[in-house]
Design a protein around this ligand. Structure first.
Ligand code: ZN
Length: 508
């Protein structure tokens, strides 16, 4: 047998373990009774430890060295060579991190989640400060072990966005800040659109039916997917053959389930359209995060969720096509609303304190604030004790709002208590990448706008599959974009999109 094939067999088993972790997580978030929490945690820890041991094992080192020798003459972006490199990165990572550090991080995650929840409910940041301080100290150690060129944040963000750095992020956000801050100000001074009709009565079963009809029109394959309800919506795949999404329903608010399903469908389309040949390989396995996923990074994944949710699902063309059917589904609540009012209502912009409730215009400013804070905490230019003050100042500068307490300010996100430092940029990378791809799709696909106007999403899905989905994890975000659009990740396409759409909507 070839050395590459032997390595692949070992990786396929790790991929199976990671898929098992994913299905236990899916179950915990959709079906499991609360009583299962403790033992489920133990089951997940056991599977993670086994996967990690396999990746760090001497046996895998031998397979890896042989495979590296075998693919050394192949092109640097060759399929097999990229797969072998991904295994090398993960093996090095797990062999280098001392067991004591892994253990301390795991323990801290448990205590930090408790102190974060306590601080949030008491609206008192100081109850979380010591654990947060320790969390960043341990992550600085981790960054030093993993290595970086310029900034300790580079090591952290690379785990979620291979190739992304602090300096590239600063450049992207500088462009966004220049466009978005004045746009938010001028929108805030314009009359707000009506949104009251979004809060009428919308029977849950009908919400589900309509959202699924759209998801299937987008191209979600019903034979390889399912939709369930959960508290926090998500998408997860157990290979491209079984891709699951969830949403949450509010009887008296149409947006969460509707746009939530569009969003998760975007994630699902990415996973369902990865080249079948990559199944159970390193190119459908995020080996460093022990996560079986076909998308190449968290940001690339988010780009597809946001493209289908916002660039399609919140577009005028989309609602011109679908509003009649939505009205027929909910005649009592929507018969006195016209498509123009509805389109404006689902695109309402409202500078607010809470990231997860943010609209298309303000969302990236919430992320910019968090990324600046994370970088400052990693390089020591911001001290944990000053965090509430820093937070409140920044959110006022960017959005013109002031948190009345820390629960709706610095304590609102769970990410830092989990130790997920460097995961926030993915949201903005997703917004930028989605706009950059969409702009190019319109240039390259003849008649794209006409087919979208008719509710035919096949040409777009086909183009995205060729450009992005089928490659799995073979190329980075910058490589995918350079191949497709001629440029690495940029903020300009998003700036053009957002300015055009919202200046027209608000006369701003
Ligand atoms: Zn998402």
């Amino acid at each position: 047998m070839r050395a590459y094939a032997a390595l692949n067999e070992a990786v396929a088993e790790v991929n199976d373990l990671m898929n098992s972790i994913s299905i236990l997580n899916w179950d915990a978030r959709t079906q499991m009774p609360a009583g299962g929490t403790l033992t489920r945690g133990q089951q997940l820890a056991t599977l993670s430890a086994i996967a990690q041991e396999r990746l760090a094992s001497d046996h895998l080192q031998k397979l890896l060295e042989a495979a590296e020798a075998e693919v050394a003459q192949q092109p640097t972006d060759g399929l097999e060579r990229r797969g072998v490199e991904a295994v090398r990165q993960a093996a090095d990572l797990f062999r280098r991190i001392p067991a004591a550090l892994t253990r301390e991080l795991a323990q801290l995650r448990t205590t930090a989640q408790q102190s974060w929840a306590e601080a949030r409910s008491q609206q008192n940041f100081s109850l979380f400060a010591a654990d947060l301080e320790r969390m960043f100290a341990l992550n600085r150690e981790l960054a030093a072990i993993m290595g970086y060129q310029e900034h300790p944040y580079d090591a952290m963000v690379d785990l979620y966005e291979p190739g992304m750095t602090a300096s590239k992020l600063r450049q992207l956000f500088a462009g966004l800040r220049q466009t978005l801050v004045p746009l938010v100000r001028s929108i805030a001074n314009s009359p707000a659109p009506r949104t009251d009709f979004l809060h009428r009565s919308f029977p849950v079963e009908l919400q589900r039916e309509f959202a699924l009809r759209v998801a299937h029109a987008f191209g979600l394959d019903p034979q390889r997917s399912r939709l369930d309800a959960s508290l926090h919506p998500f998408e997860v795949s157990f290979t491209r053959q079984d891709v699951r999404i969830t949403t949450r329903y509010r009887e008296n608010f149409l947006n969460p389930a509707l746009f939530g399903v569009f969003h998760e469908t975007g994630h699902a389309l990415y996973e369902q359209n990865v080249d079948p040949a990559l199944t159970r390989t390193a190119l459908t396995s995020d080996l460093r995060n022990l996560y079986a996923v076909g998308g190449t990074s968290f940001g690339a994944h988010e780009s597809q969720a946001r493209l289908w949710e916002n660039l399609i699902g919140r577009s005028r063309s989309f609602w011109n096509h679908w509003f009649g059917q939505l009205q027929q589904t909910f005649p009592q609540s929507l018969s006195d609303v016209d498509v123009e009012a509805f389109f404006r209502g689902v695109n309402a912009v409202q500078p607010s304190l809470i990231r997860v409730e943010a609209d298309e215009v303000t969302y990236n400013l919430h992320i910019m604030l968090r990324v600046e804070v994370e970088m400052g905490l990693m390089d020591g230019s911001i001290a944990v004790r000053d965090l509430p003050e820093v937070w409140n100042q920044k959110i006022n500068d960017y959005l013109g709002v002031t948190p009345p307490n820390d629960a709706v300010g610095v304590l609102q996100d769970i990410h830092w208590s989990h130790g997920n430092i460097g995961s926030f940029p993915a949201y903005t990378i997703g917004n930028l990448m989605g706009a950059q791809l969409m702009e190019t799709a319109h240039q390259q696909v003849a008649g794209l706008q006409d087919s979208l106007d008719q509710g035919n999403y096949q040409p777009l899905l086909h183009w995205l599959t060729e450009a992005v989905y089928r490659h799995g994890r073979r190329y980075t975000v910058d490589e995918l974009l350079a191949q497709t659009t001629g440029q690495p990740l940029q903020s300009q396409a998003f700036e053009r999109y957002i300015t055009q759409k919202f200046s027209a909507l608000y006369g701003a």
